[in-house]
Design a protein around this ligand. Sequence first.
Ligand code: AMP
Length: 545
Amino acid sequence: MQGLMMDMPLLVSSILEHATRHHGDAEIVSRRVEGDIHRYTYADLNVRARALASAFTLQGVAVGDRIATLAWNGYRHLEIYYGVGGMGAVVHTINPRLHPEQIAWIINHAGDTHLAFDLTFLPIIQAIAPLCPGVKSWIAMVDGDRQPSVAGLELVNYEELIASGDSGYRWPELDERTAVGLCYTSGTTGNPKGAMYAHRSTVLHAYAAALPDAMGASARDSVLPVVPMFHVNAWSIPYVCPLVGAKMVFPGPNLDGKSLYELFEAEGVTYAAGVPTVWQGLLQHLRSNKLRFSTLTRTVIGGSACPPAMIDAFRIEFGVDVIHAWGMTEMSPLGTLSRLQLKHLKLDENAQRQILAKQGHVVFGVDMKIVSDDMADLPWDGSTPGNLLVRGPWVIREYFRGEGGDPLVYDADGRGWFPTGDVATIDADGYMQITDRSKDVIKSGGEWISTIDLENLAVAHPAVAQAAVIGIAHPKWDERPLLIVVKQPGAEVTREELIEFYKGKVANWWIPDDVQFVEAIPLGATGKILKTKLREQFRDYQLPQ
Ligand code: AMP
């Protein structure tokens, strides 16, 4: 027997329709590349997104076509999310921090037919246009009177494009499995691979992300995503905010501590989200200028491990709760978030801190487990590390164009799981803690050493700004940890002091054999430490005997 409920497809256009009808006057505030602050509402967004969909339709864009963006967080980028996605085409967000050749490779692989860009990225467009013959129009997202002209390259103006469309356009009732977004993995090894999101997966993910023990956003929030819309849809905040009716605040290209802080204060931001490296700049700005947040109450931090020292700084110094989250491009991205449960409220502060420092609990929709290399399930005891596998309706089943073959691994019941490439422990309450990427974990004397744990401890030292740990080949132990440190500006610390700092905090055999001080640690396009680069840099390095 079938249920007798209406069969309504889950579509991103319905999120925008809901926001327009029920939160039509909620604000969207953007710092523009033009330099000024732009403000309008969800109702205005809908009018322009419809006009954009109509204009693209007139240009011959059809369901399934890929439209690329090279853009900051801002209202025009949001219009493209909804205009392009709503009409059944695919928004392909590209990370502008990649090399131009890699960007061109991705555009050609995706088969993008149009590309919209913020003016900041005009030099990239000039470099890649000759390499991307499939792109029919390059669209400058800027006011008409600021439209640049470039010799040998015809640029379309975004505002003129919108003006050519009809805001009376009606969103089509698509199959909910229709593709809506495409995002390539950062591809630290090999070519990047595309994760293709569907309307259904995106709407389900947004519902889950909005739950109180996930991101917990509401119509009383003013939300500022620092995490870029070119990195896994800014963790789905562009879908979560209209779904709950929250005010949105976009920082545009200005991501330094001062600009962010000013925007937080001016727009009453209550909720923010970003990777740990961004918050370092913000915290430094607050400390050196003796500033406080007047409205910010919580921030989601993920993308790489958030050091407990940063969680403490936010909470103790600035009264802001950190929600530590874990996910990946292939998971839309949310997998787990760390929030306390009723039974944890009676624990002492230190025990609560330890829970909140973990990557956290799954949201309903994601199933996870840890397994050994031969796929045997490992215990949830909080100490046995294993390969982390996931499954769920917003986890990919294959990459775009079947790249890399079948990515899944199969259990004894024939169910497919996505291998995350992360190594983790899971405790009896289901809280997951990442110990490493599987290729970064240090194997020493047959045991594993977590580089994330060692890095988290190092950055708790007041003289350490940034830390990375890599394994160095060792004749007896296979590998031993080397700590690489960037000092805080003006601070001094010695190798011996740092090694001493570890004593009593980890098992003796985990303590790094040596410390190297560097000016900077290489970061990848999404703000993660590039360990491959570091390993290359220290290839000839010899550990002290
Ligand atoms: P990406 O697809 O670029 O977002 O990268 C996903 C990877 O980032 C994950 O597989 C993890 O290795 C890492 N990652 C994301 N969030 C966290 C976190 N909170 N702690 C540790 N690693 C993380």
